[in-house]
Design a protein around this ligand. Structure first.
Ligand SMILES: [Zn+2]
Ligand SMILES: [Zn+2]
Length: 250
C-alpha cells in the first residue's frame, strides 16, 4: 500500500507562514491534493496542532503532531510525535529554551493561534523563528524520549541544515531518516553525498502557502496498513530506504 504524505508545512502560527494557512484551509487543501497523511510543523511551536488534528480527523486525514525545532547550531529538525500530549510536552521544553525576543509583526509576520473556525484566539508574542539553546543532540534526545522521531530537515539547503551548518551528520547522532526539499534532485544530491545513502529519505514541501503543499507525489510504501498516527511514527523510526518513493508527475 502506498500512502502519500507531506510532513512539513507551516501554519499561520509561523511568522513566515501565510495567514491563509489556517486549520480548515490546510486540511481542505490536503484533501483536495489527495494526500493521506500530513504534519504541520511550525517553528518551535505546536499551538495549532490540536485544532488541525481535529479538523483532519473529521475528513479521514491523518495529521501527525509536529514541530520544526531550531537547535542552538541553527539547524532545523523536523520533529514528529505519536500523540498530541508528547508533542505538547516537548513544546513546553522548547519554550523554556527559547530566547525571549518580542516578535516584530511588521518585519517577521503575525504568529496566529486559530480555532476550529479559523478564527484568531491568540497570537504568540515571543518570536518563534529563532534558535533555541538546545543542542542538536539535546533536541534528538528530548524528541526520542517523548516517543517521537527527529529528522534533520531540508539537508540539501544552504542554510539551517545539518550539512550546511555542521558540515556533516555527527556520527553519534541517532539519525534514521533525513529530509530533502521538494525540488532537490535526489540522485544528484546523493551522488555528491554518498555518505547519506545509509539514511532513509523523505521529501516534503515546507509549504508556507496553500498552493505549495505537496501533490500526491511522495509516498511511503508498506504492507501493514497505516490506520493512525502511531503507525506512522512506528514506520518512521526505521530507515525508509527502499520503501519511499517519489511519483513522477507529468
Ligand atoms: Zn526549516
Ligand atoms: Zn519549515
Amino acid at each position: 500500500m502506498r500512502y502519500f504524505y507531506d510532513f512539513h508545512m507551516h501554519s499561520a502560527l509561523s511568522p513566515c507562514g501565510d495567514n491563509d494557512m489556517t486549520p480548515n484551509n490546510i486540511v481542505n487543501m490536503a484533501i483536495l491534493k489527495n494526500l493521506d497523511i500530513i504534519a504541520v510543523s511550525d517553528h518551535n511551536s505546536a499551538e495549532n496542532v490540536r485544532v488541525i488534528m481535529e479538523r483532519g480527523a473529521r475528513k479521514d486525514l491523518i495529521v501527525v503532531p509536529a514541530m520544526e525545532i531550531e537547535t542552538a547550531e541553527e539547524v532545523h529538525v523536523l520533529s514528529l510525535f505519536p500523540d498530541l500530549e508528547s508533542c505538547l510536552s516537548v513544546q513546553q521544553q522548547v519554550y523554556e529554551h527559547l530566547p525571549k525576543i518580542k516578535n516584530k509583526e511588521e518585519i517577521f509576520g503575525e504568529q496566529l493561534v486559530l480555532n476550529e473556525e479559523d478564527e484568531e484566539v491568540d497570537r504568540r508574542e515571543g518570536l518563534l523563528i529563532v534558535a533555541t539553546t538546545l543542542s542538536i543532540n539535546e533536541v534528538f534526545s528530548i524528541v526520542n524520549a517523548a516517543g517521537g522521531t527527529a529528522i534533520p530537515a531540508h539537508v540539501d539547503r544552504d542554510s539551517h541544515s545539518v550539512i550546511s551548518n555542521l558540515g556533516a551528520i555527527p556520527d553519534e547522532l541517532p539519525v534514521v531518516n533525513i529530509e530533502l526539499s521538494r525540488n532537490c534532485d535526489r540522485d544528484l544530491f546523493l551522488e555528491k553525498h554518498p555518505e547519506l545513502r545509509k539514511y532513509g529519505i523523505l521529501r516534503d514541501s515546507d509549504a508556507h502557502y496553500l498552493w505549495d503543499i505537496s501533490e500526491r507525489e511522495n509516498y511511503i510504501e508498506t504492507e501493514q496498513p497505516i490506520t493512525d498516527v502511531k503507525d506512522v511514527i512506528e514506520l518512521l523510526k526505521k530507515p525508509l530506504t527502499g520503501i519511499t518513493g517519489t511519483k513522477v508527475i507529468a
